[in-house]
Design a protein around this ligand. Structure first.
Ligand SMILES: C[S@@+](CC[C@H](N)C(=O)[O-])C[C@H]1O[C@@H](n2cnc3c(N)ncnc32)[C@H](O)[C@@H]1O
Length: 348
């Protein structure tokens, strides 16, 4: 369902959707939009508390001590939780124990890269995806002084992916960083595909509202940049009969997306490319979906809109405010039974 009232958008961004929905309901018991908002948020809150109740005994049985709670910034809007632990080692043990509960880590470093990561952060994120994605941030009080070093100097994911160093040489990533950047600027080093963000699936219940928002028909050619498990492109082809293409860097997700397309009998309509979304051809494309971290999406969007043929639509959705330089033609909150997002549309 697309909500008409624009004030809901700020309510999502300011993480006050549930109280805003309840206030609107108190003011007008027949307010259909308020009822939809409250029902979705209550269902999300219930799902998060149920997931915590499911995980806590498993964590106890593993002899780990972690205190779990709904994520402070919007536990009633997003399927997100926080686990507080004593230190990085306990966080690592918890992250690997949660593998048995189908949670996968967003950060998959080893050796020196893992050590460099450990010294520059206080959070490990693990997530489990089915119809929606449950995200768990495992945090600890950081004893590291590295977070005081300016972020331009601190090694990051691109440096850890660039070369694999043994654990005792973790500090060399401080040298790798400027060398890699100089190499890339002078053309001596080929930049690796940029990591546009981790796998966080569009909740299945929001796919139809998003296809409506984009007005996708059988005449469209749809692309999802960073298609994850392919749910959006497979459903676009299944529900609207259009051709659809997904682009994804993660080989495991490419496999799942291709398997989903062929299981649905849609291999003729759906193509999944293994590669960097930044370089994908948009020549025949009429609809582009973007579900990436807000800052990443904001940087990509002007280029994507500029590369499309007139009339093509770009749809981005997120629960965080998009700091975009080009104004969308239309924005609205989309609500399903158990999920919420803010969708934006640009027309080339
Ligand atoms: C937030 S998820 C969105 C998944 C999917 N679009 C959806 O809505 O369910 C972002 C996806 O982008 C992928 N990704 C990250 N960097 C990429 C790149 N440079 N090229 C293609 N895909 C990338 C990630 O592996 C992840 O699956």
């Amino acid at each position: 369902m697309e909500l008409v009232r624009r004030s809901w958008i700020d309510d999502v961004y300011e993480r006050r959707l549930l109280p805003a929905g309840r206030a609107a309901q108190r003011a007008d018991g027949d307010d259909v939009e308020a009822s939809a908002v409250v029902a979705a948020c209550e269902s999300i809150g219930d799902a998060v508390r149920t997931e915590i109740a499911r995980l806590e005994p498993a964590i106890d049985r593993a002899g780990l001590s972690a205190s779990l709670s709904p994520a402070g910034d919007g536990g009633d809007q997003i399927h997100a939780m926080v686990a507080e632990v004593a230190d990085f080692d306990e966080a690592s043990r918890l992250a690997s124990m949660l593998g048995a509960e189908s949670y996968r880590p967003w950060q998959r470093w080893s050796g020196g890269a893992l050590e460099s990561f450990r010294r520059s952060t206080d959070t490990i994120t693990v997530a489990r995806t089915d119809q929606r994605t449950d995200v768990l941030n495992i945090t600890w009080p950081s004893a590291s002084k590295l977070d005081r070093i300016p972020s331009v100097v601190r090694p990051n994911e691109a440096d850890w992916s660039f070369v694999s160093l043994p654990r005792p040489l973790w500090w060399l990533y401080f040298l790798i960083r400027p060398l890699r950047l100089i190499g890339e600027r002078t053309g001596l080093v080929q930049p690796a595909p940029g990591h546009l963000g981790p796998f966080l699936a569009t909740p299945s219940s929001l796919i139809d509202p998003l296809l409506d928002f984009a007005a996708v028909t059988a005449d469209d050619v749809v692309v999802d940049l960073g298609c994850g498990d392919g749910r959006l492109v497979v459903e676009a082809a299944r529900r609207r009969g259009c051709r659809a293409r997904g682009v994804e860097t993660d080989a495991e997700l490419v496999e799942s997306a291709r398997a989903a397309a062929s299981t649905a009998g849609l291999a003729g309509l759906v193509a999944i490319e293994h590669g960097d979304a930044a370089g994908v051809s948009l020549d025949d494309v009429t609809v582009v979906f973007v579900f990436l971290p807000a800052d990443v999406a904001a940087e990509l969007l002007p280029t994507i809109v500029g590369r499309l043929s007139p009339g093509a639509r770009v749809i981005a959705h997120e629960q965080h405010r998009l700091p975009v330089s080009i104004d969308p033609e239309h924005s609205a909150v989309l609500v399903s039974d158990d999920a919420v997002t803010v969708a934006h549309r640009w027309i080339a």
